[in-house]
Design a protein around this ligand. Structure first.
Ligand SMILES: Cc1cc2nc3c(=O)[nH]c(=O)nc-3n(C[C@H](O)[C@H](O)[C@H](O)COP(=O)(O)O)c2cc1C
Ligand SMILES: [Fe+2]
Ligand SMILES: [Fe+2]
Length: 403
């Protein structure tokens, strides 16, 4: 069945949601699903903005052909050449042979890698400052390199004052009955997924996101039309979400609480982490969240690292190394250029504890990250005799928390 939604009088959302896909990019779990947003602007000349993922292609094509009927689009604008938005380009091009493709020069090179059959199709190459006039609407293009691919374009519509912003300002989570963020309790239902999406997919490119935010500040901006998740139209909501992006892209935390992440083979390190987490909450009065590194998807842990400045790690020594799931988490932190965080470290070892030193060596190479002294060393299990060391550790973590 056709299931499209009006965004404005003449802009129509024709995307789809997938609640069956287990992992986005075959990597990130999707407990709330994911949406692929695609748009049609019904002006004198009709313009399509991106297509959709193959998993929602039936719905997308039904929406497109159902909406257009006998009408033919003049342009397909490709803002971003990742297959979650591009899988249907060749299909749509075959449906509408006269339709011109609009993209950046680099996107066209990628297009031909994915779709050699589109060789010879009329192309309009767009760069920074380029425009596309379709009747009432003029679209003004800005480049957004490495947010999060190199070829990304965004397009500002001078009628609705909305920015087709590609993967920026997107979130995991299917589109529900409401299309707009202001129709939802976004902070409760979507914020942690938006943060997880940002941190894991865009997080490495804070500098590039800052550049886009500067461009956005120069636009008369009344709406955001991202490729995933709810759309934004109210000034307060847009300001709130732009502020989140300001913080996230500068690695500034949102909350002053603690995130405790532990690994444990047999439970001894876990019980130490639980005790410290409880002591931290009691003594600091701040929010404390605790996660098992083996049982929590690393993308969630990364989202939490973006939320909070203060991270407490409990790690067993494993074959003279860092416990593998903790090593995996730290690898992701390094790969995403985690910055401006305060780490406190607790190591466990039954014969030769070494994970603390190894974690210190890794983290001390990260930009503007500090490590609280002293670290806590557990020899197999904590006992009452360890109380002074435990108190000293918690005190140091709280003192570290005040910097
Ligand atoms: C396969 C394996 C390898 C380990 N390697 C080391 C090691 O190299 N050095 C060490 O001091 N302890 C080592 N341990 C002990 C753990 O670091 C830890 O002390 C023990 O698992 C108790 O903590 P837990 O109950 O939280 O798992 C190892 C344990 C296992 C099962
Ligand atoms: Fe993407
Ligand atoms: Fe995407």
């Amino acid at each position: 069945m056709i299931n499209y939604r009006n965004v404005t009088d003449d802009i129509v959302w024709i995307g789809g949601s997938d609640r069956r896909l287990h992992r986005f990019e075959n990597l990130f779990p999707l407990p709330q699903g994911v949406s692929y947003n695609s748009y049609v602007v019904l002006d004198e000349q009709i313009t399509l903005f991106d297509t959709a993922d193959i998993t929602v292609s039936d719905q997308y094509l039904e929406n497109l052909t159902g909406l257009l009927g006998d009408r033919k689009p003049s342009y397909l604008v490709i803002l971003h050449m990742e297959p979650d938005h591009c899988s249907q380009i060749a299909t749509v091009a075959a449906l509408y042979p006269e339709m011109k493709l609009v993209a950046s020069a680099q996107a066209f090179r990628m297009l031909h890698q994915f779709f050699p059959e589109l060789e010879g199709r009329e192309e309009i190459t767009m760069a920074e400052g380029g425009t596309l006039q379709t009747g009432r609407h003029t679209f003004h293009f800005v480049t957004a390199p490495m947010v999060h691919w190199p070829e990304v374009l965004m397009a500002w519509d001078d009628v609705s004052k909305g920015l087709f912003c590609a993967d920026a300002f997107g979130t995991f989570g299917a589109t529900d009955t409401a299309l707009w963020a202001d129709e939802l309790d976004f902070e409760r239902e979507y914020l942690s997924e938006a943060r997880r999406y940002y941190a894991n997919i865009v997080g490495k490119y804070g500098v590039q996101v800052q550049a886009v935010l500067k461009k956005a500040a120069g636009l008369d901006l009344a709406a955001l039309y991202p490729l995933h998740g709810p759309l934004w139209r109210d000034a307060q909501g847009i300001g709130w979400f732009l502020d989140k992006y300001q913080k996230w892209s500068q690695y500034e935390p949102e909350d002053d609480g603690y995130v405790v992440i532990y690994g444990s083979l047999y439970g001894h390190t876990e019980s130490a982490a639980q005790l410290v987490a409880a002591m931290l909450r009691e003594k600091s009065g701040r929010d404390v969240r605790i996660y098992d590194v083996s049982g929590t998807d690393v993308s969630e842990l990364i989202g939490e690292v973006w939320r909070c400045r203060h991270i407490v790690l409990f790690c067993p020594t494993y074959n003279n190394g860092i416990y593998p799931p903790m090593a995996n988490f730290l690898h992701d932190c390094a790969a995403l250029s985690v910055q401006k965080r305060v780490f406190a470290l607790a190591q466990n070892g039954t014969w030769a504890p070494a994970s603390g030193k190894l974690m210190t060596e890794l983290i001390s190479g990260w930009k503007d990250c500090t490590i609280v002294e002293p670290m806590l060393t557990i020899k197999s299990a904590l006992h009452e005799a360890d109380r002074p060391a435990l108190d000293a550790f918690v005190e140091a973590v709280i003192k570290g928390g005040n910097v």
